[in-house]
Design a binder for this molecule. Structure first.
Ligand SMILES: Nc1ncnc2c1ncn2[C@@H]1O[C@H](COP(=O)(O)OP(=O)(O)OP(=O)(O)O)[C@@H](O)[C@H]1O
Ligand SMILES: [Mg+2]
Length: 235
């Protein structure tokens, strides 16, 4: 269970998240909101990439401030831009790099890497330079490099934003098939259709929280007409 308790976050003088208290036990959680509303800041709190200025964030009882390293082992993070995440020259080396801190013998690590590459359809590219992969393959590699460590929670911050439709579908299909708890930030609202829990963030607070079917129409109205913000949000 992820818990935010009275979380406020400021970058210097600028407060971008205000007094957020929310429990997030759901298996699938979508996050939507306007540019600059605070979505990335919110999800970066979940693995301690960003610490709350006040309040606390806990993941499975671990506090991100106190137990950062343990939290980061539990919570994998995928960004919009896979180039920012790929660190090693070849595909297999990049996945193996994620395992460097785990006590694992070489044979086991090699088997784990091969298994993940197979699952992501990248086995034929194991020894290829990572920078020569297509955008979609790079995002699959970034996902593989995160999932090889078997995190319990996966946070994806706009994982399909830079991808064309075919690659976006492939990456989304893969993400939705994962057994892990997923927290997905996206501007592609159709990806969240049918999701049991979607949060709408606006100016640093949660303004709607509920099933996608209730919340997404509210978000669309919020974005379409300033007058619509007078309507009570679904809760
Ligand atoms: N490292 C930082 N230093 C200072 N201000 C920041 C920093 N990161 C984000 N901000 C500011 O905080 C606010 C919220 O940013 P955030 O990235 O969380 O928004 P977002 O909802 O993810 O937006 P987008 O949809 O564009 O990704 C923005 O006004 C942004 O300019
Ligand atoms: Mg963002």
């Amino acid at each position: 269970m992820i818990k935010l308790d009275a979380v406020t976050h400021a970058y210097g003088e600028r407060t971008v998240l205000r007094d957020i208290t929310v429990d997030l036990p759901d298996h699938r959680i979508g996050i939507v909101g306007a540019n600059g509303s605070g979505k990335s800041t919110l999800v970066r709190l979940l693995n301690g990439l960003v610490l709350p200025t006040s309040g606390s964030v806990t993941v499975h009882g671990l506090d991100t401030r106190r137990d950062g390293a343990q939290v980061r082992r539990k919570v994998g993070f995928v960004f919009a831009d896979p180039d920012a995440q790929i660190v090693m020259p070849t595909v297999a080396e990049d996945v193996a790099f994620s395992l460097r801190r785990q006590r694992m013998d070489k044979a086991e690590a090699t088997a784990r890497v091969a298994g993940v590459l197979r699952r992501f359809g990248l086995e034929g590219h194991a020894d290829h330079p990572a920078h020569l992969l297509s955008g979609g393959q790079k995002q699959l590699l970034a996902l593989a490099s995160v999932l090889v460590t078997e995190p319990q929670v996966l946070v994806c911050d706009e994982p399909t934003t830079l991808l064309d439709l075919r690659n976006a579908r492939q990456v989304t299909g893969l993400i939705s098939s994962l057994p892990q708890q997923i927290v997905l930030v996206t501007h592609h609202l159709h990806l969240l259709e049918g999701w049991p829990r979607v949060l709408v963030i606006d100016e640093g607070t949660i303004v709607a929280d509920g099933p996608a079917n209730d919340v997404l129409p509210y978000y669309v109205s919020l974005m379409s007409s300033p007058a619509a913000t007078d309507a009570p949000p679904p809760r």
